[in-house]
Design a protein around this ligand. Structure first.
Ligand code: ADP
Ligand code: ADP
Ligand code: ZN
Length: 216
């Protein structure tokens, strides 16, 4: 199963992708996470991507397409993949179709997580993650059960993304509406799209995604 998650920054793609990984044994591929790792490692790719990410602009298609190709090949035995934050342009979607075709696969389902722009700013500015295991949290909507301790691994260090400010989120939203939203039409034309109401709470969204995936 190849599942593409589409949604604006803060829609809940990462949150839902992690749950689907645990539940369905699929491998999450997040180009945002891969790019942040490249920036942290100071690689050539990280140098090319870092400045654009800081300003909330998309990095060039060929950089992320290369990352995805590598990961598909590195996980040949996987039952399937959840693509989180990729593709983000029509060019990336077309490249993905070609990559999958040569590997005897295809995009099976696309889930669009729909959330109002104003709610997204609140989601993004309250987001933080465990520095040890990467579990995602929110100041208002998903606090650790015990303050200051990660539910999942017991870690006590947390971090926030430098691009999770209101100003940068506004440009990320612009990029989403201009460059990524057209993908809904791209996959809609192939009758692969299911839209879920991302304004509901985390559990309700997960139930809706499960229904969308299990529907024939
Ligand atoms: P979000 O939480 O906004 O969905 P991501 O972690 O997916 O954020 O992406 C963070 C940043 O990394 C983006 O603003 C963009 O600069 C870059 N990026 C991630 N994925 C892609 C992609 N598929 N194409 C181009 N740029 C990307
Ligand atoms: P994305 O990967 O789409 O950028 P995340 O999964 O990181 O989004 O979610 C953004 C923030 O909003 C996180 O702090 C997360 O805990 C929180 N969040 C995710 N889904 C919901 C939801 N349905 N309701 C409220 N908060 C949510
Ligand atoms: Zn943790």
């Amino acid at each position: 199963m190849i599942l593409v998650l589409i949604g604006p920054p803060g829609a809940g793609k990462g949150t839902q992708a992690k749950r689907l990984e645990d539940l369905r044994g699929l491998v999450q591929l997040s180009t945002g996470d891969m790019l942040r790792a490249a920036v942290a490692a100071g690689t050539e790719l990280g140098r090319q991507a870092g400045d654009l990410m800081e300003h909330g602009q998309l990095v060039p298609d060929d950089l992320v397409i290369g990352l995805i190709a590598e990961r598909l090949d590195a996980n040949k035995d996987a039952k399937g993949f959840i693509l989180d934050g990729f593709p983000r342009t029509i060019g990336q979607a077309e490249a993905l179709d070609r990559l999958l075709e040569t590997r005897g696969a295809q995009v099976d389902r696309t889930v669009v997580i729909d959330v109002d722009d104003d709610a997204l700013v609140v989601r993004i500015t309250g987001r933080f993650t465990c520095a040890t295991c990467g579990e995602g949290y929110h100041d208002l909507f998903k606090k650790p059960k015990e303050e200051g301790t990660c539910d999942k691994c017991g870690g006590t260090e947390f971090k926030r993304r430098p691009d999770d400010t209101e100003e940068v989120v506004r440009s990320r939203l612009k990029a989403y509406h201009a460059q990524t939203e057209p993908l809904v039409g791209y996959y809609g034309g192939q009758d692969k799209v299911r839209t879920v109401n991302g304004m509901a709470d985390i559990e309700a969204v997960q139930k809706e995604i499960d229904l969308a995936l299990d529907a024939a």
